[in-house]
Write a protein that binds this ligand. Structure first.
Ligand code: NAD
Length: 501
């Protein structure tokens, strides 16, 4: 089975989605989307200029009063229709996502696309459930209540590793809460964000509520973050770029939500189910070719299980099939680009000087940006391969002795996005969930996410939450409204000003 998606035909009108229609960028600079599995061109488009960002922000600002003023039920109805449009287009979306990212078709069909549809349906429901403290007479003399209001025009920036899901995670809670949005996807992967926005329009979500600018980070991205009419920045990407985004957002006093890099630990205690841990580690390290901010990257294995774990992980990695993403038997696609493959290979090559590459560490022949599943042992905790985010199919395994040591090593990187602990002992599991500093801790699994639960980082992995109703804390502002109930002109507290007069 081959790819059925024709990017050029689909985006002949341009790759900017502003005010409910596609239009060309006006920067004069072109970018080519390349299929990383073959090196073939998929779409050549003109990047967004700062003027295109201005037009998108203006469209979002114009749409704001109508959308923010709609009832939660009206927003919810539109978003349920949105979920239905996405479901009708599931196969199309899966093909486009596999084509621009090189993801195996079984991954986009079974994970990216259904996850996005479920997220859309979840936020359609959640739009009617904004939470707050109950109204009441907290002072005795007044009635207080809170209004949960949209923030305004949201400017979001997304990475290339899960383009459709990242667009969904940014757009859905924002619009469910009554905001309008301008999203800048990564230059490498604009297709499915544009298709997502088109589905929103086709579902009856008003023009201008969802806008996409496909531009470069340095100009379109920074212009969006610093834009005076943008009330909030929501960024998912690397910690390095997140720092720059934070500087701009802070200098323009914007609300900020940062979902940044990760280096998830995978802690295997000596009572763990070894077969489960081995399968969990290989799947958790290789999902999306390791280009996953929550991927299992550092396995810490208690000494009695260490040798068997390393041997079995190496054997299992050797069974993973690299190949054409549109072949249903392919387990592992290429990396997003040849540049990313070279970056990953650079980390592994440098590690050869101080660690052992047990398996992998090479690129198969061919035009694609493939890299073999790679297992590394013998690295020191403070080495680059253990500390840095590699974003490729590379797992490092280290031994530990006491439980304290295992948990301390798990916490010993700047990141804190996700982690897992593997044990049959409920007390060990409980301790791991309390002591590991990360936004998500799995017990006896690694990777699953659900729409109802929050996703977000601790430490250098950022702050704020995607998914779940917790995300409304980012995308709404809470207003306290207080009514005097006494109708008394001279209140008791006025004594602090007027004394006995
Ligand atoms: P990146 O930081 O290079 O780019 C992310 C986005 O920022 C892109 O759209 C890019 O164009 C834009 N950008 C680049 N420079 C910019 C600037 N100066 N101003 C404004 N925008 C700018 O990240 P990437 O390589 O696309 O994605 C991989 C990274 O994303 C990894 O670090 C990964 O961990 C992270 N990520 C995090 C999460 C999470 O939920 N925490 C999820 C997915 C990916």
């Amino acid at each position: 089975m081959g790819n059925s998606f024709q990017g050029l035909d689909r985006f002949a009108a341009g790759a900017q989605y502003i005010g409910g229609r596609l239009r060309p960028g006006t920067s004069g600079r072109r970018h080519t989307v390349v299929d990383p599995a073959t090196g073939r061109d998929v779409l050549d488009y003109v990047l967004a200029s700062t003027a295109d960002v201005d037009a998108a922000v203006a469209a979002a600002r114009d749409a704001l009063p109508g959308w923010a003023g709609a009832t939660p039920g009206e927003r919810s109805d539109a978003m349920h229709r949105f979920a239905a449009r996405l479901a009708e287009r599931a196969e199309d979306l899966a093909h486009a996502e596999s084509l621009q990212c090189g993801k195996p078709i079984k991954l986009t069909r079974e994970f990216d696309v259904p996850g996005t549809i479920d997220n859309t349906a979840f936020f359609a429901g959640a739009a009617r459930h904004l939470q707050g403290q109950s109204a009441g007479e907290y002072s005795g003399d007044h009635t207080s209540y809170v209004r949960r209001e949209p923030v305004g025009v949201v400017g979001s920036i997304a990475p290339w590793n899960y383009p459709l899901q990242m667009a969904a995670w940014k757009i859905l809670p924002a619009i469910a809460a009554g905001n309008t949005i301008v999203l800048k996807p990564a230059e490498l992967t604009p297709l499915t964000s544009l298709m997502f926005a088109q589905a929103a329009t086709d579902a009856g979500i008003p023009d201008g509520v969802v806008n996409i600018v496909t531009g470069a980070g340095r100009d379109a991205g920074e212009h969006l973050v610093g834009h005076p009419d943008v009330a909030m920045t929501s960024f998912t990407g690397s910690t390095a770029v997140g720092r720059r985004v934070a500087e701009i957002a802070t200098s323009t006093v914007k609300r900020l939500h940062l979902e940044l890099g990760g280096k998830a630990p995978f802690v295997v205690f000596d009572d763990a189910d070894l077969e489960a841990a081995v399968h969990g580690a290989v799947a958790g390290a290789l999902i999306n070719t390791g280009q996953d901010c929550t991927a299992a990257t550092r396995a810490y294995v208690q000494r009695p299980l260490y040798d068997a774990f390393v041997e079995q992980v190496a054997d299992l990695m050797a069974t993973v099939r690299t190949g054409d993403p549109f072949d249903e038997d392919t387990d592992l696609g290429p990396l997003i680009s040849h540049a990313q493959r070279d970056r990953v290979a650079g980390f592994v090559d440098r590690a050869r000087g101080y660690a052992t590459v047990v398996t992998g560490g090479t690129a198969p022949l061919g035009d694609g940006a493939h890299y073999r599943p790679t297992l590394i042992t013998g690295a020191a905790q403070d080495s680059e391969i253990v500390q840095a985010e590699i974003f490729g199919p590379v797992l490092v395994v280290l031994p530990f002795d006491s439980d304290e040591e295992g948990l301390a090593l798990a916490n010993d990187t700047p990141y804190g996005l996700a982690a897992s602990a593997w044990t049959r002992d409920v007390y060990r599991a409980g301790r791991a969930t309390r002591e590991i500093k990360a936004g998500c801790v799995w017990i006896n699994d690694h990777i699953p996410i659900i729409s109802e639960m929050p996703h977000g980082g601790y430490k250098a992995s950022g702050f704020g939450k995607d998914m779940s109703t917790y995300s409304f804390e980012e995308y709404t502002q809470v207003k306290h409204v207080m009514y005097d109930n006494t109708a008394v002109a001279r209140k008791d507290w006025h004594r602090t000003i007027f004394g006995d007069r």
